[in-house]
Write a protein that binds this ligand. Structure first.
Ligand code: CA
Length: 615
C-alpha cells in the first residue's frame, strides 16, 4: 500500500495528485497530506496504485508551488516530471538476490566511463549502443577481432568502473530516443532514479531500473565494482527542482543579500549543512548501495559539502559494507558561503580519513597547468614540474625528502589521494599534449602517454584512468565536451589496433601493480620509510626505489621506477645487484624481460622503466 511522505516545514498544505499518465492530462484524484511533525507530511492510501503516476503540490505562505515528484521519488515517468508507483521488487533481474560485490582488490584501479562514449561508435561491435545494457554484452569485438566493452575492461584489469552521472538528469529529452543527443549529466533532476535515456525504454518506469541492475550484476560477475558519480552539490534548475518545489528556501545556500550562492558554477549550490539536505544525501547514497548494490561514490565538487555531512555519508555506507569507497573532488568551482574550515576540501582531508580526493598536483605536474593548455608539464620536459610529480608519487603524504617543497602534503594515508592525469573534464591527455606541443608525432604521444600512466600506476595512491586513454583517445581538442557530438566524445575502438603497444604496456602496468603490494603501502609512515627518490642529476626525470616490508608478502624485495621525461637517455647509478627488468619503454613482461647484474640502468628518452630486486 503506497505511503506518501514529504518534508515541507513551511507549507500550509500539501496535496497529492494521482494521474493515469506520466505527462499531460488532468489528475484523476487529489488528496491532502496530514501533518506528521518536524516539518514532515504524510498520507497512507489503502489501495493498489501500481501503474499510477503522482505529484505533490505544496502551498506556502507565498502561494502554490510547481508540481513535483519530490526529492524521494524512486521511480518516475518519462522525463522525470511525475513519480511512478511500481513494484520495485519486480524490477530485480533474474539472479539479483545472488548478486554480491566482488572481493575488494588490495590495489583498486578506477576506470571512468560515460555510457555513450564507451559504446556508441560503430567500431565498438556492441549492440546496445549508448545504453546501460552495453555493459552487459560479452564477446564483443572490433573489426580486427580485439575485445571491446566489458571484455576489454576485464582484459585491461581495472577493478572499479566509475560511471558518469547515471541518476535522472534533465538535459536530454527522453521522448526523443532516436535523436542523437549527448550530455555528461551534471544537471540532476531526480537523485534516486536512473536516467531514462540510457534505458532501452524510457516510457515504462520499471525498465531503466531493471536494466541498471542488469548492468551492475554483469559488472559484478566480471569481478568489477561499480562507482556512481553523484552530484548532490547543485541541481539543473532551482525553480524546477524537486527540492525547491517541495520545500522552498530550504535546500539551497544563499548569500546574506538573499541571492543564490553559486559555488558549483552551475547557478546554485545545495546546503548540506541543513539537516534536510544532509539527510537526503546520506539516505540517497545508502539507497543506491542497498537497492542497486553500488560499491562506491565519487562526489562531484565535494568541497561544497560540509565535513559533518561527508562523515555521515562514510559512516552510513560503511555500516552497510566497510569496503564501499567514497572519494571526491576536493574543491569547489567558485566561491561559496560555506566557511573554508567546514568544507570537505583537499586541505581538510585529515579530518576525513575514510574519504579520498583527487590529486590535481600529479595531474598538472605531468601535463601542465589547468589554467593554460599551451604550457607543458613534466611530460614535455618542464623541470619545474618535478616536485609536483614527486608529491603525487608519495600519494600527497608527508615525506622527508619533500619536506620543504611545493605543493605541500595533504593526505593522511597514501590511498587517500587519487592519482590521475586526465578525466572526462577538460582535455584528454593526447589533446592536452598536442595543445602544448602541436608538432608532436603520434609515436611520441604514445610514448608520453605510457610515461604518464606509469607515474599514475606506480604512485602510492589510488590510480584513476579516463576511459579510452589506453587507446590514445582524442576528443579533437574539445575541452568542455559536456554536450558535444558523438564525433567528439565517442571512443573509436580502432585505436586499440592502432595503439596496441600502448594498450599492452598499460595492461601489463595494471597487472604489475595488482601483483605487487609495494606499490600500495598501507600508511604514510611506510611510504616515508620505504620510498626513496634517487639522484638523477640535471635530467628531467624522477627515479625512486620502494623497499617491500616483509609483512606485505611481495615477491619483490625492492622496486626501481624511473620516469625519464628528458630528451636524453638516463644512466641511473644504483648499488651493484641483480635487477630484473619488467618494463622498459614499450617492452614489458609480467615475469621479467631479463635480469642484469649491474650498477647502472639505462632508461631511453621519454620513457619509463620498472625493474626489481627479486628475493
Ligand atoms: Ca532524464
Amino acid at each position: 500500500m503506497p505511503k506518501f511522505t514529504l518534508y515541507s516545514p513551511n507549507a500550509r498544505s500539501v496535496e497529492l495528485r494521482l494521474y493515469r499518465e506520466a505527462q499531460g492530462g488532468a489528475p484523476e484524484h487529489r488528496y491532502n497530506l496530514e501533518v506528521a511533525g518536524n516539518g514532515w507530511w504524510r498520507l497512507h492510501l489503502y489501495c493498489d496504485l501500481t501503474g499510477w503516476y503522482y505529484t505533490y503540490r505544496v502551498q506556502n505562505p507565498d502561494g502554490w508551488q510547481r508540481e513535483t515528484p519530490g526529492p524521494w521519488a524512486t521511480a518516475v515517468g518519462i522525463n522525470g516530471a511525475r513519480g511512478a508507483i511500481i513494484d520495485l521488487e519486480a524490477t530485480n533481474p533474474e539472479g539479483w538476490e545472488a548478486d554480491r560485490r566482488p572481493p575488494l582488490c588490495a590495489s583498486p584501479i578506477i576506470y571512468e566511463l560515460h555510457h555513450r562514449d564507451f559504446s556508441i561508435s560503430h567500431t565498438s561491435g556492441i549492440h546496445h549502443k549508448g545504453r546501460y545494457l552495453a555493459l552487459t554484452e560479452s564477446g564483443t569485438r572490433t573489426a580486427d577481432n580485439l575485445a571491446t566493452g566489458i571484455d576489454h575492461l576485464t582484459e585491461l584489469g581495472i577493478t572499479h568502473v566509475q560511471l558518469l552521472p547515471s541518476f535522472d538528469f534533465s538535459s536530454i529529452d527522453e521522448t526523443e530516443a532516436r535523436v542523437p543527443h549527448y550530455n555528461w549529466g551534471y544537471d540532476p533532476q531526480n537523485y534516486n532514479v536512473p536516467e531514462g535515456s540510457y534505458a532501452t525504454d524510457a516510457v515504462n518506469p520499471s525498465v531503466r531500473i531493471r536494466e541498471f541492475k542488469m548492468m551492475v550484476a554483469a559488472l559484478h560477475k566480471a569481478g568489477i565494482r561499480v562507482v556512481l558519480d553523484v552530484v548532490y552539490n547543485h541541481v539543473a534548475s532551482v525553480a524546477a527542482s524537486p527540492l525547491e518545489c517541495a520545500a522552498p528556501g530550504i535546500y539551497f545556500r544563499r548569500w546574506p543579500d538573499g541571492t543564490l550562492a553559486n559555488g558549483s558554477g552551475c547557478g546554485n549550490e545545495t546546503a548540506s549543512e541543513h539537516e534536510a539536505m544532509r539527510q537526503l544525501i546520506v539516505e540517497s547514497v545508502a539507497y543506491w548501495a542497498e537497492e542497486y548494490h553500488i560499491d562506491g561514490f565519487r562526489f562531484d565538487l565535494m568541497a561544497l559539502h560540509d565535513i559533518a555531512t561527508m562523515k555521515a555519508v562514510s559512516r552510513r555506507l560503511h555500516a552497510i559494507d566497510p569496503t564501499i569507497c567514497v572519494y571526491g573532488e576536493g574543491w569547489a568551482a567558485a566561491p561559496s558561503p560555506l566557511p573554508a574550515r567546514q568544507a570537505a576540501s583537499k586541505a581538510n582531508m585529515a579530518k576525513l580519513p575514510a574519504i579520498a580526493a583527487f590529486g590535481d598536483e600529479l595531474r598538472d605536474g605531468l601535463r601542465g597547468p589547468f589554467a593554460d593548455d599551451k604550457l607543458g608539464g613534466f611530460l614535455l620536459g618542464n623541470a619545474q614540474a618535478i616536485s609536483a610529480v614527486k608529491r603525487g608519487i608519495v600519494g600527497a603524504t608527508n615525506h622527508p625528502q619533500l619536506a620543504d617543497i611545493h605543493p605541500p602534503h595533504w593526505a593522511k594515508r597514501p590511498a587517500q589521494m587519487l592519482s590521475y592525469v586526465s578525466c572526462h573534464d577538460d582535455l584528454c591527455l593526447y589533446d592536452r599534449l598536442l595543445s602544448a606541443s602541436p608538432t608532436l608525432s603520434t609515436d611520441e604521444a604514445e610514448r608520453l602517454s605510457l610515461l604518464a600512466h606509469t607515474a599514475v600506476l606506480t604512485a602510492q595512491a589510488t590510480p584513476f584512468i579516463f576511459s579510452g586513454e589506453e587507446l590514445l583517445r582524442s576528443k579533437r581538442g574539445v575541452r568542455n565536451s559536456y554536450n558535444s557530438s558523438d564525433m567528439i566524445n565517442a571512443i573509436d575502438w580502432r585505436g586499440k589496433s592502432l595503439h596496441y603497444q600502448l594498450f599492452t604496456a598499460l595492461r601489463r602496468l595494471i597487472h604489475l601493480r595488482r601483483q605487487h603490494p609495494l606499490f600500495q603501502l598501507p600508511t604514510a609512515k611506510a611510504v616515508a620509510a620505504r620510498l626513496r627518490f634517487l639522484d638523477v642529476g640535471n635530467h628531467v626525470a624522477v627515479a625512486f626505489t620502494i623497499d617491500a616490508p616483509p609483512s606485505i608478502g611481495d615477491s619483490w624485495k625492492q622496486a626501481v621506477v624511473v620516469l625519464n621525461a628528458d630528451e636524453r637517455p638516463l644512466h641511473l647509478a644504483l648499488p651493484l645487484n641483480y635487477y630484473t627488468l619488467y618494463l622498459k619503454s614499450f617492452q614489458s613482461s609480467l615475469s621479467g624481460l631479463t635480469t642484469l647484474h649491474t650498477d647502472t640502468l639505462e632508461v631511453p628518452p621519454h620513457s619509463p622503466l620498472i625493474a626489481a630486486v627479486v628475493s
